[in-house]
Design a protein around this ligand. Structure first.
Ligand code: ADP
Ligand code: ZN
Length: 616
């Protein structure tokens, strides 16, 4: 057998590579540079871990997140691979000890935070050690255009320069915009890398945007429709999480919650309640989901619009890991855009940024927010919109399996209304903020419009038939279509752009259309969790055993075996150690460590059920 495939089976327990993995593994194994762009969950870790195991020397993996490093190292240790991480969670003593081990060549793989690369102790180790490769995880952190820019990533090429010999360098990200991809190659100074971009489409996810008048009612209806099936409800802030959880609980829906403001023990409990299907619904901020391997999530609802499409793709992508269908619904309201801007303007920033970098970061964030909003206002195929953002073509004629393709809502031409709005802004001298202009258009005689020329305008009261909400929506639409703009500063003022002027003069060229909320219609059925010829009671039995083994060692359950592995075990029902090895996700080490217990559980289950095995 090919050495790579054999390694994949021995260490990871997998029989075949997933799309893209083999080319990347082979390139790095042979000593070349590589850039892998793959969606979350596609299996990036294998791409550098396998060559690291097969090449002589120690591999370094640069990673930005402490929790990710810990999970990865735990998983490697479970596979019998000597690995360690070096980050600020270690005490000085632990750090020294780990470095001494590293120097002695005891680790096959070391995870390291980017800030540590150029420190004296680490650099000395790296310079005197044979390195098998350097892998850069979450490589988009090097780009100011990406999410989560981390200036310390910029020190990676300097670090490589200081090494005695440059090992192969490979970089991985799930962010695929062209600009970020170019930045990664250039800033990390990759040498003619093998580039591999795997498809971002997830055909079993059904995307949908709703614009409900009442989000709470819409949410309740959706959650009720899914009954006992597992689902996640993402909210923008901790407070909203608490409110939405209370709303669900108050209406008899059992819901757990998760956000960074809760105490860790409570959070852990919520997470487990959800993971183990004790509570069907999880209401959470984006803090929830990292490293969560729950495969049977049947719906993901966004109560608020996320900050960008990367986040949306990732969060919605936590559904349907088992390949069964999952409905991803975004509940959009114009206020979401304001919340998004507020969070960008008042959000925490990495301290390491200088003033110039801060400004660049904010610009990039606002740009991504605008793209996110454009998705919400998209009238064509949502899947195509998402895929285009990630640099793919997408289905030309629509996917036939998203909210917009299935139930295109009626479009209203708001051209005439747009003309009045632009006219009002122009005629009042482009000196007023949105609130004042809106009141003028609706004919409100109040503080904002009193004593000024606003009440004398011909457009005063000309849109009196619209509610405040409807008018706000139209303003947001004209802003995002680029007909209006807002000035910067504490008191932003509305201005008409050149595009807006052209429109006002010629009534064109573009018609301004606003799409109403999608027509209610038959929805894709909420499927029950995958049965697929599998005995749910057996699955429960194996899951309980997994939980027991995991808690004995104090590791998360999915580090022992993933859900997918347990499912495969249920289907195959191995009776011998050799048969066990045929199960996807069972490698030599795990066979040795857990094999007997699982075979025993299967045996007991057979005896209790008194049924002969299929085929046996
Ligand atoms: P990413 O880093 O791209 O988000 P991971 O490396 O965490 O993804 O992999 C996601 C899941 O897929 C893990 O449970 C991993 O063990 C599994 N996986 C990776 N490669 C394969 C493969 N070739 N066959 C089956 N499962 C795989
Ligand atoms: Zn579609």
């Amino acid at each position: 057998m090919d050495a790579l495939l054999q390694g994949l089976k021995t260490y990871f327990g997998y029989d075949s590579f997933r799309p893209g993995q083999e080319a990347l593994v082979r390139t790095v194994f042979q000593g070349g540079d590589a850039l892998g762009v793959m969606p979350t969950g596609a299996g990036k870790s294998v791409c550098y871990q396998l060559p690291a195991l097969l090449r002589p020397g120690t591999a370094l993996v640069v990673s930005p997140l402490i929790s990710l490093m810990q999970d990865q190292v735990r998983a490697l240790l479970q596979m019998g691979v000597p690995a360690a991480y070096l980050n600020s969670s270690l005490s000085e003593g632990q750090m020294q000890k780990a470095l001494a081990n590293a120097r002695a060549g005891r680790y096959k793989i070391i995870y390291v935070a980017p800030e540590r690369l150029l420190t004296r102790g680490f650099l000395a180790f790296a310079q005197e050690t044979a390195l098998s490769l350097v892998a850069v995880d979450e490589a988009h952190c090097v780009s100011q255009w990406g999410q989560d820019f981390r200036p310390s990533y910029l020190s990676i090429p300097r670090f490589l320069e200081l090494l005695a010999a440059r090992p192969p360098v490979c970089a991985f990200t799930a962010t695929a915009t062209e600009r970020v991809r170019e930045d990664i190659e250039r800033l990390l100074e990759l040498r003619s890398p093998r580039r591999l971009v795997t498809g971002f489409d997830r055909p079993n996810l059904f995307y949908e945007v709703q614009r409900p008048r009442n989000k709470d009612a819409a949410l309740l209806a959706l959650v009720r429709e899914f009954g006992p099936a597992s689902g996640i409800v993402y909210c923008a802030t901790r407070r909203t999480v608490d409110e939405v959880q209370a709303l669900l609980a108050g209406n008899g829906v059992a819901a757990a919650r998760y956000h960074a403001g809760m105490d860790p023990a409570q959070r852990q409990r919520s997470q487990e309640d959800f993971l183990f299907d004790r509570t069907p619904v999880m209401v959470a901020t984006n803090a929830f989901g990292m490293g969560i391997d729950k495969s049977n999530v049947r719906y993901v609802i966004h109560y608020n619009m996320p900050k960008d499409l990367e986040s949306y793709y990732q969060e919605a992508g936590r559904g349907g890991r088992d390949g069964e269908s999952c409905r991803c619904v975004l509940l959009f309201g114009p206020r979401d855009v304001q919340i998004g801007r507020f969070l960008i303007e008042h959000g925490a920033e990495p301290e390491e940024l200088d003033e110039e970098q801060r400004r660049a970061r904010r610009r990039a964030e606002l740009e991504r927010l605008a793209q996110m909003e454009a998705y919400c206002r998209e009238t064509g195929c949502l899947r195509a919109k998402l895929l285009r953002y990630f640099g793919e073509q997408g289905p030309r004629a629509g996917c036939g399996a998203c909210g917009n393709c299935l139930h295109p809502g009626p479009e209203t031409d708001i051209g005439p209304e747009a003309l009045r709005m632009l006219d009002c802004v122009l005629a009042s001298g482009q000196r007023y903020g949105q609130a004042a202009i809106a009141e003028a258009l609706r004919g409100v005689r109040g503080r904002r419009t009193a004593g000024r020329q606003l009440q004398a305008l011909s457009s005063f009261g000309s849109l009196g038939h619209l509610s405040q909400e409807e008018l706000t929506e139209r303003f947001e639409h004209l802003l995002s279509a680029g007909l209006l703009e807002k000035t910067q500063g504490q008191y932003p003022v509305l201005r008409v752009t050149q595009k807006g002027l052209d429109f006002a003069r010629h009534g064109g060229p573009l018609p301004v259309r606003l799409r109403a909320a999608p027509a209610p219609g038959p929805r894709p059925a909420a499927k029950a969790p995958a049965a697929g010829g599998e005995d749910p009671a057996l699955f429960e039995r194996l899951r309980a055993l997994r939980a027991e083994l995991a808690s004995l060692q104090g590791v998360p359950a999915f580090v022992v075996f993933s859900d997918a592995t347990l499912h495969d075990m249920c289907r195959r029902r191995p009776q011998t150690m050799d048969e066990l090895l045929l199960v996807s996700g069972v490698g030599l080490r795990k066979q040795a460590q857990y094999g007997r217990r699982f075979l025993q559980a299967l045996q007991e289950y057979r005896a209790a059920a008194g049924t002969p095995d299929p085929g046996g």
